[in-house]
Design a protein around this ligand. Structure first.
Ligand code: NI
Length: 167
């Protein structure tokens, strides 16, 4: 396993739209392991998306189980994820390994129904809410070349500088 470099804003490669995974081979497994090791190597982010390490396929990892009072499905590797239902809207604070100097307030769906494949290519589906649903929506945005910066209602009011990366 290898810790990979994380692309950071304003790197244009973060704008690229990623393609679906079609082969569940050894190369995929190795990339997933690198993605996870890279997620854990820094400030242990609750999520990471493949394009953040320059791998432009539709793969994200989310694990919010370390957060107190947060419902979660544990550690998830989500391949070719699709949100099939949305419900409610909620404003919340987000950070991103690719935007290390800022956090921002972003509106997301409160509850989602999610379909994805696991790392073996098996179908899985989840009902998610709250912070876990937010994390998945944030990571899935990366697959379409979007950052939380693109979803701020107001840059002046909803963007915050931080000195130390915490989440
Ligand atoms: Ni991010």
């Amino acid at each position: 396993m290898t810790i990979r470099d994380i692309l950071t804003y304003p790197d244009e490669r973060l704008r690229q739209v990623s393609g679906p995974v079609v082969q569940f081979d050894a190369a995929l497994q190795a990339n997933i392991d690198d993605l996870e090791e890279t997620r854990l190597a820094g400030p242990a982010a609750v999520g990471i998306a493949a394009p953040q390490i320059g791998w432009f396929q539709r793969v994200v990892i989310v694990d919010v189980s370390g957060r107190k009072k947060t419902r979660s499905h544990g550690h998830l590797v989500l391949i070719n994820p699709e949100i099939t239902e949305w419900e409610g809207f909620v404003l919340g604070r987000e950070g991103c390994l690719s935007v290390p100097d800022y956090t921002g307030n972003v509106v997301r769906a409160e509850r989602i129904q999610l379909h994805a494949l696991d790392r073996e290519g098996k179908e899985q589906s989840f009902e998610m809410e709250g912070f876990e649903a937010r994390a998945v929506q944030h990571e899935m945005d990366h697959l379409d070349g979007l950052l939380f910066l693109d979803r701020l209602v107001s840059r002046r009011q909803d963007l915050f500088q931080r000195k130390v990366y915490k989440e």
